[in-house]
Structures are given as structure tokens and as C-alpha cells.
Design a protein around this ligand. Structure first.
Ligand SMILES: *Cc1c(COP(=O)(O)O)cnc(C)c1O
Length: 217
């Protein structure tokens, strides 16, 4: 599907589920895609929020995609991967980090951000119930949230990924549970839904859907 088709689908899903028009934003997941493909498939349609999962790849692309030979739009870089301590230094271009799962990650970003002169906002990743997967356990969420807030960075919401083997019912329940927890904490942003399950995420209240493969088929 092209970006315009996915956007039209999002608008239709919003209407179907009683969401405000435009309340769901597309984050185009561009990991593994070269700058030219990103320009043709995403930026050409005026969509500028790009999700990258590897810190060095993000840094390299951000450096390439700023001109001067080609005029690039102002890109909004989102980091959606797993944060490793020694790679945080590459995240200077990022405006939103989707997957904070431990307090030290926020502390390290806050420290690096002092040198950057600007700081990204954060989303806390909620554990999805699958063994050995990432995320903050639900029972620790409030505590981690308060500790992350103390870094001075802004926590804007929650992020979650459905387990690979979850059926539609389980996925919808996970998304609805995540929405409830964000609401209880007074957090406005919900990053959930990928190529395979974003319609369920919109139904449950997602404000950011992270769609990759579907845009580049
Ligand atoms: C790769 C990735 C996506 C996009 O997945 P697709 O199936 O390509 O749409 C979304 N979120 C995260 C965290 C990812 O790593």
C-alpha cells in the first residue's frame, strides 16, 4: 500500500470507530530502507515522521537526509528500537523515543541531551505478557513513570507491541488495556499497531501507528 492509501485507510478507520478525524498519526517505519526510497515512498506525500530501529542507521540517514545537494524536508525522527547504553549518543536527531523500558535509559538520554541542546520526548513501552520480551511490567509502570519523569524529560505516552502469536482478540485486549493504563496516568499518546494490526490499534485508541513493510511492498 502507498502512503496515501494507508492514510485514507486510517481516516476511514477513524470514522468507523468514532475517532476524531486526524487523531491517528502515521509513523512510517523506514528501517532498512535507503534514503531515496524513503523520499519517493514517504516524504513525497508530505509525511515526515520516520521510525528507525537501529541507532547508527538513524544517525547515518539523518546526516544524509539534510542536503545540501537535494532539498530535504524537515524530518521528524522517531526511535522505535531497543536502547543500548553505548548507542544513545547517536540519537541526537530524535524527537520521540518510543521504547523506554528502564529508568537508566531515560537518565542516559537526559544526560546526553545536555550536550545536544535539545531533548527528545519519551514513550514507555509496556510489557506485553510474552516471556522474554521487552517492556515495563504493568505492576511497575507507575513507579517507572515517576522515576522517568524525574529525569526532566517529558513522558508523552505508552507504546506496546502485540506478541507474534496473538490472535485478534488478544491483540485488541492488549491494546485496550494499554489505552486504559495511559489514560489512568493522564498520558495522551499511544503508539501501537504495525502493518499487521493497526486497524485494531485505531479501534483501541492509538494516536501513533508504526507501519513499515506495508508501505514498501
Ligand atoms: C519494524 C517495526 C515496526 C513496523 O513493523 P511492520 O510490520 O514492518 O509494519 C513497528 N514497530 C516496531 C517496534 C518495529 O520494530
Amino acid at each position: 500500500m502507498s502512503v496515501p492509501e494507508v492514510l485514507a485507510h486510517l481516516r476511514a478507520l477513524e470514522a468507523e470507530t468514532g475517532r476524531q478525524p486526524g487523531s491517528v498519526r502515521l509513523v512510517a517505519v523506514t528501517k532498512g530502507q535507503p534514503p531515496e526510497a524513503i523520499r519517493e515512498r514517504v516524504l513525497a506525500y508530505g509525511e515526515h515522521a520516520l521510525g528507525e530501529g537501529r541507532a547508527q542507521e538513524l544517525r547515518d540517514k539523518a546526516a544524509l537526509m539534510t542536503g545540501p545537494e537535494i532539498e530535504w524536508p524537515r524530518i521528524e525522527w522517531h526511535f522505535i528500537g531497543t536502547l543500548q547504553r553505548n548507542k544513545i549518543k547517536y540519537l541526537k536527531p530524535v524527537t520521540l523515543v518510543h521504547g523506554i523500558e528502564e529508568v537508566w535509559q531515560a537518565e542516559a538520554i537526559a544526560q546526553a541531551a545536555q550536550g545536544w541542546g535539545r531533548a527528545p520526548d519519551l514513550l514507555l513501552q509496556l510489557h506485553n505478557g510474552e516471556e522474554q520480551k521487552h517492556g515495563v511490567r504493568p505492576e511497575q509502570l507507575r513507579d517507572v513513570y515517576h522515576q522517568v519523569m524525574h529525569t526532566g524529560l517529558k513522558v508523552r505516552g505508552l507504546m506496546v507491541m502485540a506478541p507474534d502469536d496473538a490472535d485478534e482478540g488478544a491483540t485488541l485486549r492488549l491494546f485496550e488495556d494499554t489505552a486504559r493504563r495511559a489514560h489512568d496516568l493522564g498520558l495522551p499518546e499511544l503508539s501501537m499497531g504495525m502493518s499487521s494490526d493497526y486497524p485494531l490499534a485505531v479501534r483501541a485508541g492509538a494516536t501513533l501507528v508504526r507501519v513499515g513493510r506495508r508501505l514498501f511492498l
